[in-house]
Design a protein around this ligand. Structure first.
Ligand code: GYE
Length: 305
């Protein structure tokens, strides 16, 4: 460790903990809420000096940012890894420099020894919950489904696909196409436009979007094609951010599985514990719930993100 800077708050000369946070980018409403939660938790008031980097979904840039943090000699590094693979070298470099790494949100395929702890959501379970809704809703009715995938190679895209597919196994739901919309609204819209051109609005019954933003983009594409989202084409998505929940209340989305982005306090707590030498859990799971249109209407005003 070492390398702590002097506290600038005049509050008795306590040293601030220097932290480099390598965020994925700013692809979605979920991400905005996560960034805000992290910045609030890693504030000077809480004893941190945060260097924030958003990699704009560029994996090489994100790894370069982590290398910069290592060179700066920060006390701890926090990463929301864009993709699962490719982390072994830089995580080993951090370990060699004795800088603990805490992962938040997405997971990596590297060995557990290469990071101190991870805090986030069970993405596979989210996929299962979305798939269970689809299985219950469509069951034996022949159903043509298209999928808007998250960023290729990311843990949530991989796990949400796997969980959903398991849950709909044995039903009459047929996945006719699946493409990445990169977790963005524009991406979801463009991919959905392509699906609508290829299969026609009549040829699609169900959209599974790996996040709300892509579902919101798909809604625009479906409406532009003259069909009614939520009725002609049903939509299930994941996140439960404000705009997604509003679309659910408006009847344009049919079901949402929550993914809580408010991970800042837990991540900051882990950083403090690890630096204090306390034992921490390797994996800290935050739990999610699900929302029907009726349930969304009841909670919409009280949502924190
Ligand atoms: O679902 C999506 C965001 O990694 C869980 O990333 C996160 C996902 C989230 O872009 O909206």
């Amino acid at each position: 460790g070492g390398g702590s800077s002097e506290g600038g708050d005049g509050g008795g000369g306590d040293e601030l903990i220097t932290v480099g946070f390598a965020q994925t980018g700013s692809e979605s409403g979920w991400r905005s809420a996560n960034t805000e939660s992290m910045k609030t938790a890693f504030s000077t008031e809480n004893g941190f000096e945060l260097t924030f980097n958003a990699a704009d979904n560029d994996t090489a840039a994100q790894i370069a940012a982590v290398r910069d943090f290592i060179n700066q000699g920060v006390d701890a590094i926090v990463i929301a890894p864009i993709v699962e693979d490719g982390w072994d070298d830089v995580l080993q470099e951090a370990a060699d420099a004795e800088i603990p790494v805490i992962l938040e949100d997405r997971t990596v395929s590297s060995s557990d020894d290469l990071f101190a702890s991870w805090v986030g959501l069970d993405f596979k379970k989210e996929g299962v919950m979305a798939g269970e809704w689809a299985a219950e809703t469509f069951g034996d009715t022949p159903t043509k489904m298209v999928v808007l995938e998250g960023t290729t190679g990311s843990a949530p895209a991989n796990d949400r696909a796997e969980g959903f597919d398991e849950a709909i196994d044995g039903t009459a739901i047929e996945k006719i196409d699946s493409q990445t919309g990169d977790f963005t609204r524009d991406g979801g819209k463009t991919v959905m436009e392509g699906f609508l051109q290829k299969y026609g609005a009549d040829g699609i019954d169900l959209v599974y979007a790996h996040n709300d933003d892509m579902a919101l983009g798909a809604i625009e594409a479906i409406e532009a094609a003259g069909a009614v989202p939520g009725v002609d084409i049903q939509i299930v998505s994941i996140d439960a951010v404000k705009d997604g929940m509003q679309a659910l209340v408006d009847g344009k989305i049919n079901f949402i599985v929550e993914c809580n982005p408010l991970l800042g306090e837990l991540a900051a707590g882990l950083v403090k514990d690890v630096l204090a030498g306390d034992e921490v859990e390797k994996k800290v799971y935050v739990s999610d719930q699900t929302f029907t249109q009726e349930q969304a209407a009841e909670v919409l005003d009280d949502r924190l993100y």
